[in-house]
Design a protein around this ligand. Sequence first.
Ligand SMILES: [Zn+2]
Length: 209
Amino acid sequence: VTRKLAGADAGTTQWMTSVGNERGQVLMSVLTAAEGYGLRDMATGLQERYRQAGQDPPSVLYVDRDCCRSDGGTCAAAALFPEWPQLAVRLDVWHYIRRLAAGVTTESHTLYSEFLCRLSRSIFEWDPEDFARLDRAKNGELSRRPIAFKEMARHCRRRTRGVEATERLLDETIKAFTGATDMMGIPVLDSARMREIWRTQRRHIACIQ
Ligand SMILES: [Zn+2]
């Protein structure tokens, strides 16, 4: 994950790249003057550490860039880890949503959070078995009261919907919000920018599954 530094260092051209594991522990961080540059040493060091520790190599790497190549070749992120040929590179979903959300006119728009919600729902679905179990536990066999999001999040796994459904739902969501305005008549999406973002980003739907 590579992010521009915020806070006191904001505005300087420094990038921090951190690698974390599935327990949320940061394994390694590097500061570089430009995004992406100098990551090879870090990747080499990581592979070495796994080898020395006798650890099985990780199976998935979540990135916020370089998830794939338009010509279908090895993506830049995977190319950094030649010792781990089985490593699957996935684009981080939250980062993907942020990319799509860059099509809004302003984040303070009243429809902004609704738009983010719909994007998220276009990508994720609740595990139907988990949901059925929770619904039975909460409502028994009879009533059909809605269950709060917080409770859903605590008890149900979420999974991605697959490429086809996600592409259709995202397309519907973007179409539904294009032209939508607040009470002052201000549109939530910059339609030209949104169209361009969607045109370039739809190929990454496969990268978030
Ligand atoms: Zn991609």
